[in-house]
Design a protein around this ligand. Structure first.
Ligand code: MTE
Ligand code: MO
Length: 213
């Protein structure tokens, strides 16, 4: 399996690996809005819908057959803790986007960052088994380090941390990474997710301390 270390991605955003206002922790706290949902591998279905050439759906077995990689990443929680050097294994977002036929041309945007051509995807909303949602602009998702992860430190992802499958977003605060993720929808306009509706940042760049909107 391909293994990469993406902990230097901070250089794109700031001077320091640890974003401002964050402290390092060696534990991995669990933060969820509610209970850990139950998961049935036989009926679980992962869907890719919306503004794509071809909508997709995967069973758990099918999802596990997608090309995966292991990445060493940092994890920044908006409440102030950061856990460095987490090894997550999973499928990079661009793999799913290209299978579904999402064409992104970063030059084809107006001054607000939206696509100039209507009907093309500009945003993504992630959905999860517990009813959680979170949204990001498409260009923030089309990055190798946005992983649909099923393993953490070589073991299967614990249920509390989003197992069987979660998203990780090392370039964003961790609320952008939906635990128990079961779908992505490509949108032609922004649609705020659970915390985004409750005052948290739409863009959530830790090096700019975009915590609240
Ligand atoms: N489905 C789902 N995903 C979620 C959440 C949640 O409540 N439900 N909480 C988010 C928040 S606020 C954070 S900080 C991280 C926490 O991940 P952890 O519990 O693995 O530390 O998951 C994010 N993803
Ligand atoms: Mo959070």
């Amino acid at each position: 399996m391909r293994e990469t270390d993406v902990t230097d991605l901070y250089q794109e955003f700031g001077e320091e690996r640890l974003p401002p206002g964050q402290h390092e922790t060696s534990t991995f706290p669990v933060l969820s809005m509610g209970e850990t949902p139950s998961w049935d591998p036989d009926s679980w279905e992962f869907t890719v819908t919306g503004a794509v050439e071809e909508e997709l759906s995967f069973t758990w077995e099918e999802f596990r057959e997608l090309a995966a990689e292991t990445q060493t990443q940092d994890f920044h929680c908006v409440t102030g803790w950061s856990k460095l050097d987490c090894a997550f294994t999973g499928v990079p977002f661009p793999e799913l986007a290209s299978r579904a036929g999402v064409i992104d041309d970063p030059n084809d945007r107006d001054s607000t960052g939206n696509r100039t051509e209507s009907g093309r995807a500009t945003h993504v909303v992630f959905s999860a088994l517990d009813g959680y949602t979170t949204d990001l602009p498409l260009e923030d998702c089309l990055r190798e380090e946005v992983l649909f992860a099923w393993a953490y430190d070589g073991d299967k992802l614990p249920p509390g941390h989003g197992g069987p499958l979660r998203v990780v977003t090392p370039h964003k605060y961790a609320y952008k990474g939906a635990k128990w993720v079961d779908g992505i929808e490509f949108l032609t306009e922004a649609e705020p997710g659970y915390w985004e509706k409750r005052g948290y940042s739409r863009t959530a760049n830790p090096w700019r301390e975009e915590r609240y909107s």
